[in-house]
Design a protein around this ligand. Sequence first.
Ligand SMILES: Cc1cc2nc3c(=O)[nH]c(=O)nc-3n(C[C@H](O)[C@H](O)[C@H](O)COP(=O)(O)O)c2cc1C
Length: 244
Amino acid sequence: MERIGFAPTPPDDRKIDNFDLANIVRHMLETPHDPAASRYEHAAHGLRRRELDPDPIKQFSNWFTAAIEAGIRDVNAMSLATAGPDARPSVRVVLLKGFDQDGFVFFTNYQSEKGQQLQANPYAALAFYWIELDRQIRIKGEVEKTSREESERYFHLRPIGSQLGAWASRQTEVLDARRVLDARMAEMTERFAGKPIPLPPHWGGYRLTPQTMEFWQGRPDRLHDRFRYTRRADGSWLIERLAP
Ligand SMILES: Cc1cc2nc3c(=O)[nH]c(=O)nc-3n(C[C@H](O)[C@H](O)[C@H](O)COP(=O)(O)O)c2cc1C
């Protein structure tokens, strides 16, 4: 699949990593745009079956590129829903850091609420909403941890402060006061001063492999266009139009 973005072609053309997303965002900020114009254009045109790519990852890539070109801020912010053994859903925003034929990658603390829920129940759902284009994408599937090498590669692309922050913060634990966090950050800054910061054992990526993906285009009179891709056992995709 063709790699999206504005970075030079990488050796593995299926990977879209954080480095590319950083370049994309830079490009986006330098490109003049009129998001309102895009919204009306897409609403008028709608989404037609014959224009859909048979491959939902390519379709995602087309829409993601259009969202970047429309100058949408935090274009890679997505809602991530998980549920643990109590079957009660929990949702929060995380950043998409890469996607390709293998799935959608984000990074987090494995001991956080989401980490514990995914440990117990490795199924999750993602949702993107790009108001400027009046588009929503929903993705459901199974999640697995990225390899330690992949997590390490991304961890070291992060700013030093974020690397230290991953050591300092026990994400989702109750804190008595802000100063506890600040003290831990100071401790980690001293501990790793002048040394490479290793990948924390409790930190890394997850990859969600899509089972279904839905593309939603807002249209007038609430008669929106919706198409759902469902992965068949042989790996091909069933595409169905859904009522809005
Ligand atoms: C725009 C935005 C981006 C975020 N990106 C991430 C992220 O990539 N990884 C992450 O762990 N938390 C991210 N967060 C914080 C999460 O929303 C959440 O507070 C945190 O992961 C703890 O969630 P949990 O207690 O459900 O595990 C982001 C929040 C916002 C608003």
